[in-house]
Ligand binder design. Structure first.
Ligand code: ADP
Ligand code: MG
Length: 610
């Protein structure tokens, strides 16, 4: 019976591999066909359609970097096509050389403008970012229309006629644009494999959390915006030369801005080939619509229908949907995502060092208000190196808010935070992570679309430019991540999607993720909340082991027997401030503490009886 199951599982894995091979093979064949097409067919009509498909695919592929991966939706991406087109046209007309020379300049300029715009607007998120990208496109349109002496105004600019032989037809343009498309695909592929790519996905999934694990989001986003613009700028120059005419509406094109998004959504944003395949589909569809209905009005109806169809039936796009379908059809490779986790005792002895070291983390007079509510009110305490310090208090007493102020998710209004002798309360979250602060969340915040292993390798201990180009999951880091997964007993889930794990399993993975930072202090926000007793036992054991290895903890927890068992000292919060501190035994006798909890109707006996 079990052998039969084994054989079936093997067959499934082979089927999956075969499917992937067939997909890659089909892509290679299609590319080969596209390369030879103009050599044997002189069908100029199809050369044109394919040229425009390449153009749209280059743009959708660029859009995918900032919007598909980083999650910042741009509705003005065609602005970079216009910048490239005008740059190439103006340089050609003023310097009287071949436009091919200036096409790359358009790309560089587009990337530079994108980076500059990125620096200015990257503090905005969500809808405001979308609006600003539209505004940017419209402003460029207006400038192109009104700087008449420079851009030719509404008349536009006319490019020189091509000089190559007529019987080459569109071939030179065709090949240049195809080359750009292959470059765009290679760039996407390279980005997706590096720390840069996983960093962008982390930002899309949860930007605050990404900061907390050391990812310098502003730098990532600005680079992504520049990368998303560069090839669009180059393509704009080629497009201008191809149609020989540059005007404000055709180049800073609103229609293209929409088509780009449509192509990427149809094919599947956040994938490498999705936007490309989507672009071919949209371009061919548009051409068919033109032939059958003629008027541009009908075109809009067709776009609308396709857009609605995508949203309704393929919300994630063609490529991810087909891949998902194949995976479920071929069934689960990993049997038992819900299986029990590994509970073998680990080898490290859990000996507690009784001598606390110097102060490692200190907060002084910390304050944060929400409206009139003083959530954290002149809070001071310190955590000594080598301790497992407890932080307890009734619900709403400001524990999570204190964590948010310490790790930089929120800005404090008053007071200071010191970590290992350095004042960190003005530093951004990633710098605090780099300085040695790790934190888990009350409600786990894994990057849900990533695998377990990708989640654990995502944290970054520092920021280096070189690191952006490093493989996302490779070498020493991948080994360390696997070790940590082994440590928390989650190694066999390394390839599972984070979202597929149970809540308790997610908590263990989040612990491994934080350990990847190799932090000096680890803040745990209700680590035992909402998870089953077996997992709690495992968690306690792991915390003890880590502490024995020299890690310092600050733990917020409601499970009082656990706190009494694990923590020393214990700090008690009420109404945002510290009301007591001492050993668990001292705390349970403190009248102030009893009062704070009794006021909340807590069972004091249970709370301190362990
Ligand atoms: P604890 O973690 O101790 O249960 P919190 O720090 O989550 O408490 O909350 C402290 C107080 O601040 C609560 O009254 C809560 O409602 C309020 N609070 C927390 N976060 C916010 C926020 N983002 N906006 C407004 N009020 C908040
Ligand atoms: Mg809380």
């Amino acid at each position: 019976m079990s052998m039969l199951r084994g054989v079936n599982a093997l067959r499934r894995i082979n089927a999956l591999r075969a499917g992937r091979l067939a997909y890659v093979g089909a892509l290679i064949l299609a590319t080969a066909w596209l390369i030879v097409f103009p050599l044997y067919s002189h069908n100029i009509y199809w050369q044109g359609i394919l040229f425009f498909s390449f153009l749209l695919a280059v743009m959708a592929s660029g859009w995918n970097i900032i919007s598909g991966w980083a999650g910042y939706i741009s509705l003005g991406q065609s602005a970079f096509m216009g910048l490239g087109a005008y740059t190439t046209a103006l340089l050609t007309l003023h310097l009287h050389r071949t436009p091919w020379l200036f096409v790359p300049v358009g790309g560089v300029l587009a990337a530079a403008v994108a980076a500059l715009l990125g620096v200015v607007i990257m503090r905005t998120r969500g809808h405001s970012f979308v609006i600003i990208t539209i505004a940017f496109l419209l402003i460029l349109q207006l400038l192109a229309l009104n700087l008449r002496g420079f851009t030719g105004g509404s008349t536009g600019l006319t490019m020189p006629i091509t000089t190559f032989p007529r019987d080459w037809q569109y071939a030179p343009f065709y090949y240049v644009m195809l080359g750009l498309l292959l470059l765009a695909i290679a760039m996407s592929w390279a980005i997706r494999r590096t720390k840069f790519g996983t960093g962008l996905i982390a930002i899309r999934e949860d930007e605050d959390k990404a900061g907390g694990v050391g990812i310098n989001a502003p730098v990532y986003k600005v680079l992504a915006f520049a990368a998303s613009a560069v090839l669009i700028g180059v393509a704009g120059g080629v497009y201008a030369y191809f149609i020989t005419f540059v005007d404000y509406r055709g180049m800073f094109s609103i229609q293209y801005a929409v088509l780009i998004v449509l192509a990427a959504l149809l094919g599947g944003r956040g994938t490498i080939m999705g936007p490309v395949l989507g672009a071919f589909a949209v371009q061919i569809l548009q051409d068919q619509a033109n032939q059958h209905f003629g008027s541009s009005q009908a075109n809009i109806v067709v776009y609308g229908a396709v857009m609605a169809g995508v949203v309704l039936f393929l919300p994630r796009g063609l490529v991810p949907s087909v891949a998902e379908w194949a995976r479920t059809y071929v069934a689960r490779r990993e049997e038992g995502l819900s299986g029990a986790i590994d509970l073998r005792p680990s080898a490290v002895p859990a000996v507690r060092d009784s001598e606390p070291g110097p102060v490692l983390l200190e907060v002084k007079g910390l304050t944060k208000t929400f409206g009139g509510l003083r959530a954290v009110d002149d809070l001071s305490f310190s955590v000594r190196e080598g301790t497992i310090t407890g932080l307890i208090g009734p619900n709403g007493s400001g524990k999570t808010t204190a964590f948010n102020l310490i790790d930089g998710m929120m800005r404090n209004e008053g007071g200071e935070v010191w970590l290992a002798g350095e004042q960190v309360d003005r530093l951004p979250p990633w710098s605090r992570a780099h300085a040695g602060l790790g934190r888990t969340f009350q409600i786990t915040r894994l990057f849900r679309e990533m695998t377990v292993l990708e989640n654990v390798v995502a944290p970054l201990r520092d920021f280096r430019w070189r690191q952006l180009f490093a493989d996302a999951v490779a070498g020493h880091e991948a080994e360390r991540a696997e070790e940590l997964l082994e440590f928390v007993g989650m190694r066999r889930f390394r390839d599972a999607q984070a979202a597929a794990l149970s809540y308790g399993q997610q908590k263990l993975v989040e612990l491994a993720q934080v350990l990847m930072l190799d932090p000096k202090v680890i803040l745990l926000d209700e680590p035992a909340g909402g998870i089953n007793p077996t997992l709690i036992e495992r968690l306690v054991e792991k915390i003890r082991e880590l502490n024995a290895m020299g890690k310092t903890f600050l733990i917020v927890e409601h499970n009082m027997p656990l706190v009494a068992d694990l923590c020393d000292p214990v700090i008690v919060l009420a109404r945002g401030t510290r009301i007591a501190e001492g050993t668990p035994a001292e705390i349970q006798r403190d009248p102030l503490v009893l009062d704070a909890y009794l006021g909340e109707g807590w069972a004091v006996e249970e709370a301190v009886g362990a």
